[in-house]
Structure formats: structure tokens, C-alpha cells
Write a protein that binds this ligand. Structure first.
Ligand code: GLN
Length: 310
């Protein structure tokens, strides 16, 4: 019996409406990027895909939303592929224990970001991609479309612009790293790529599909192409486990027990290597910037299915 056969997904999904009715919709929608606050905060969607290509869905799982920092898993994947282990000279793999947009740690650590998922690290990854790619935005979105298997996945110009108009902290971090010689390209070009990366829109089904390569030893199951080597897929999952939720990574490991990544649009992706990938969306965030109901429902899910990695 494979682990997938051992999980009664249908039964666990059928109870989601009842479980949801017991979870208050607490927290706040992100408003520091004004366009992100124009979302219906009662939305809730979840979609799970197994490595045997079965899908389970509930709620607003077909509605697209801003995936924000979840896209950083995909940019990190591409940077690791292009740059290889040289990347580790410029960014670490340690949990930050700090807010995603914290500036203070950068100074203490001489402009080397703790990991590729805090904003400073993700900005550095964007610098790497701007160095390697002729047309970073075009080439990156093509990769994302291949992972999802859809040609209409896109950046949202409205959200990218809204973030650009309010992205002073990100600009500060990037300039600060440049002062340490850790950024090679023009700051505005890197910021423009970063804001676009964060503005990508997907629904829960597309988001779960986009990360199936991390469930499948680095292979995109839609076309059997290797996205990254098995060893790198394992390492990306390790970084997600330790750094995917900023200063709440410990809590997510403790309560959910899966590698995952959150975004301030209210999305969370989590996966069990070789078994399933699940994406959830609920826009209201807790004080750490992670989806309040998203965390709760994933805790319910891994508890009921006894499928945490631990
Ligand atoms: N675009 C957002 C920012 O840079 C992403 C943050 C997030 O999703 N945690 O602030």
C-alpha cells in the first residue's frame, strides 16, 4: 500500500466546511501594498494534487489571487539551477527568526541575506536572474507557465505598480546590499523584476500544480522534464521547511509539519515529498504575515491524515 492509498482525502475534504465554521476569520488583509487590500476577505479555497495525479478541491480554489512571496520558491529554483553552489557565497540557508522585511539583520551580517525567502534574499535572487537572463520577466513567466501547464499565467501590472509605488523598504534593502558589493545589476532593474515576480496570479489548483516538481524529485510531472536535480529539489524543500514562514517557520513546522511557503496575498503552498502538494488561500493574515485560516486548515489536514513529514 502506498502512502497515498492510505489517506482518505475525500473524507477529510468533505469535513472542511464544518471545520471552517469553527475557525474564526481573524487577522487583516495586507494593506501596505494598497492594491492587495482590494480583495474579498471572506474568500477561502484549497486544492490538493497527489503524485498519482488525483485532485481534491474545496471553496474558491479556481479563483486567481496574488501569490506574492510564494513565487520566490520558483525564482530560487531557477537561480540555483543557473548559478549552482556559487549562490551560497551570496545568500545563506538559515532561518531568520525575523520579519520578512527586516533590515537590521542585513547590517549585522554584512549584506549577506540569511536565506532566499526573506525579502533581502529574494531580491538577491532576482539580481542573480537579471545577470543570467536576457529578458528576465519574459523568460521567468515562461518557466512558470510550463510548471502550471497553462499559457495564461501572468504578472498583474496593477499590483506590481502598486508595490513599486510603496516599495521603499525593498529599495532600501537592495541599495544596502549593493553598498556591500553583493548586488551586481542596476537597482531599478532588479526591483522591477522583483515587483513583477511577486505580482503573479494563480488559483489554488495552479499553485499546487506549479510545485509538483518538488514532490517528484525535481521532475515536472506534466511533461517529465527535469526542473532541478533530485538533490536540489530536496534542498529547496529543506529551505522551505526552515525559512518558508519567516519568523513563524517554527510554528508551521510544529503545527503542520510540512515544507511550505506563504505569501502576503493569503496563499500558502505545502507539500509532502513523493505524496502530495496542497495550496490554500484565505486573504486575512496573522501578525506574522501568514494566512490565518490557511495555517489552521493545514493543521487540521495533516492532523487528520497523519501526514506530517515527522
Ligand atoms: N511583495 C511582498 C513584499 O516584498 C512580498 C512579501 C510576502 O509575500 N511575504 O513585501
Amino acid at each position: 500500500m502506498t502512502p497515498n492509498d492510505a489517506i482518505n482525502y475525500e473524507q477529510v475534504f468533505s469535513k472542511i466546511p464544518t471545520v471552517l465554521s469553527t475557525i474564526k476569520n481573524l487577522g487583516n488583509v495586507a494593506s501596505y501594498i494598497p492594491e492587495l487590500s482590494n480583495v474579498d476577505d471572506t474568500k477561502f479555497g484549497i486544492h490538493l494534487i497527489t503524485t498519482q495525479n488525483k485532485s481534491f478541491s474545496y471553496g474558491d480554489a479556481q479563483e486567481r489571487f496574488s501569490i506574492q512571496s510564494i513565487a520566490k520558491v520558483l525564482s530560487f529554483t531557477l537561480a540555483l539551477k543557473l548559478e549552482g553552489k556559487e549562490l551560497w557565497k551570496r545568500v545563506g540557508v538559515e532561518p531568520s527568526g525575523n520579519a520578512f522585511n527586516s533590515l537590521s539583520q542585513l547590517e549585522l551580517e554584512n549584506g549577506i541575506p540569511r536565506n532566499p525567502f526573506i525579502n533581502a534574499g529574494a531580491l538577491l535572487i532576482c539580481d542573480v536572474l537579471v545577470s543570467h537572463l536576457k529578458n528576465p520577466k519574459e523568460e521567468f513567466i515562461l518557466l512558470v507557465r510550463k510548471l502550471v501547464g497553462k499559457d495564461d499565467i501572468n504578472y498583474c501590472e496593477r499590483i506590481a505598480l502598486s508595490e513599486k509605488e510603496h516599495g521603499f523598504r525593498n529599495a532600501a534593502m537592495l541599495n544596502f546590499m549593493k553598498s556591500y558589493g553583493n548586488i551586481n545589476n542596476d537597482v531599478d532593474a532588479v526591483l522591477d523584476f522583483y515587483f513583477h515576480l511577486c505580482s503573479i496570479e494563480m488559483n489554488c489548483e495552479e499553485l499546487a500544480q506549479s510545485m509538483m516538481y518538488l514532490c517528484s524529485n525535481g521532475i515536472n510531472p506534466l511533461n517529465n522534464e527535469e526542473v532541478v536535480s533530485p538533490s536540489r529539489a530536496k534542498r529547496i524543500n529543506a529551505v522551505m521547511q526552515l525559512c518558508g514562514f519567516y519568523d513563524e517557520a517554527g510554528e508551521f513546522s510544529f503545527k503542520v509539519g510540512l515544507p511550505g511557503k506563504s505569501g502576503v496575498g493569503g496563499g500558502i503552498v505545502a507539500l509532502h515529498p513523493l505524496i502530495y502538494c496542497v495550496a490554500v488561500w484565505s486573504p486575512k493574515l496573522n501578525e506574522k504575515g501568514n494566512s490565518y485560516r490557511g495555517m489552521k486548515i493545514l493543521e487540521y489536514f495533516t492532523t487528520q491524515t497523519e501526514s506530517s513529514i515527522f
